[in-house]
Design a protein around this ligand. Structure first.
Ligand code: SF4
Ligand code: SF4
Length: 329
């Protein structure tokens, strides 16, 4: 009986034998800033993007007599000579068989290259203004402990992606662009209040009361498109398996918890799922400092070096035969 009680008091240990520690929010400002740094940087990026569009449209912010940025989040011109275009919007237009300006195609290529490097869904968590609404909804539902009212597969977003392309081909117009909350948000901020806010309110209600991360995690076809890009991108969340205690604090804050497959991450050395948004939330809360931003090939090199240092089963057996006093690791 006593033995059972003392066993109960033993701290839970992770697969590495270390005690599992919970995440505790630091009390100091510097500590808090350390946890929130990526959140702060994301908000700065999202708001600066909107401010640049607003300043260029309303206050004539310019560079060399050209607006700093003109257009919208689907297609724009930076500094008067750098075209930028949403590759998914371009793909929809290609499906309509309408012709495209070379400038727009170049813009899409520039944007696509950028997201191949930094991570497809960096768009979602670092640039898309709708993310501010969905993050707020997530915070509220967590505070009020609201449970999901419906169940849906996260793969549903890929059906939405296919649907957007098929409807574009059938209707002759870029289908998602008509109802995109991203374009609506941009229009409302830059050109004033209008009926578009009702649609954005709908997303807020969906995410707060019906389905956690409902829009970004299950429905948005643009997020689905960038998840495919993200599968191949260079900047990843690296995972240091030996230090991890499987406390799952990272999973609790992740908007795409299914991507934190720690077994797969141990094998790869990084979070390999394209749905990871590179938001950095998991980095801030990991009590063991097991997660970081890193480049894929750099992680692979480190993994290789680590593997070289670990003898294979045969090598270990040979070493033991040569030196019988040696114990297997
Ligand atoms: S990686 Fe996740 S599970 Fe592992 S120690 Fe960090 S927060 Fe805990
Ligand atoms: S794994 Fe980390 S970076 Fe990726 S979505 Fe989850 S919390 Fe964000």
């Amino acid at each position: 009986m006593n033995n059972t009680k003392s066993a109960d008091k033993q701290p839970r240990t992770g697969p590495n034998g270390k005690p599992v520690r919970p995440f505790i929010m630091p009390t100091s400002i510097a500590g808090k800033l350390g946890v929130w740094k990526y959140l702060i940087l994301r908000r700065v990026t999202q708001l600066s993007t909107l401010v640049l569009f607003f300043g260029s449209a309303h206050w004539a912010w310019n560079f060399n007599e050209q607006p700093i940025i003109s257009g919208n989040l689907s297609s724009s011109m930076l500094l008067g000579f750098i075209p930028l275009a949403d590759p998914f919007a371009v793909l929809q237009i290609l499906m309509t068989q309408n012709s495209l300006l070379t400038e727009v195609l170049t813009g899409a290529l520039i944007v696509l290259t950028f997201y191949f490097i930094v991570g497809g869904r960096v768009w979602c968590s670092w640039v898309c203004p709708v993310n501010m609404i969905t993050d707020l909804a997530g915070k509220i539902r967590k505070k009020l402990n609201i449970q999901n009212a419906v169940q849906l597969s996260r793969k549903f977003r890929y059906i939405m992606l296919a649907l957007a392309l098929v409807l574009s081909a059938l209707s002759g117009v870029a289908a998602f662009e008509w109802i995109s909350p991203i374009s609506i948000f941009h229009r409302e901020i830059i050109f004033g209040l209008g009926t578009g806010w009702a649609f954005l309110l709908g997303i807020f209600i969906l995410d707060t009361f019906i389905l956690k991360d409902g829009w970004c995690g299950y429905l948005c076809p643009l997020g689905a498109f960038y998840s495919i890009v993200g599968k191949f991108s260079f900047l990843r969340i690296s995972f240091d398996s030996p230090s991890c205690t499987h406390c799952i604090e990272c999973t609790k804050v992740c908007p795409e918890p299914q991507v934190l497959d720690l077994k797969l991450a141990t094998h790869k050395g990084y979070i390999s799922a394209g749905e990871c948004t590179n938001c950095g939330r998991c980095i801030g809360v990991c009590p063991e400092d097991s997660l970081h931003f890193d480049l894929k090939w750099w992680i692979a090199r480190n993994q290789q070096n680590n593997n070289l240092q670990i003898p294979s089963a045969n090598e270990a057996e040979n070493l033991t035969k040569k030196d019988p006093g040696r114990k297997a690791a």
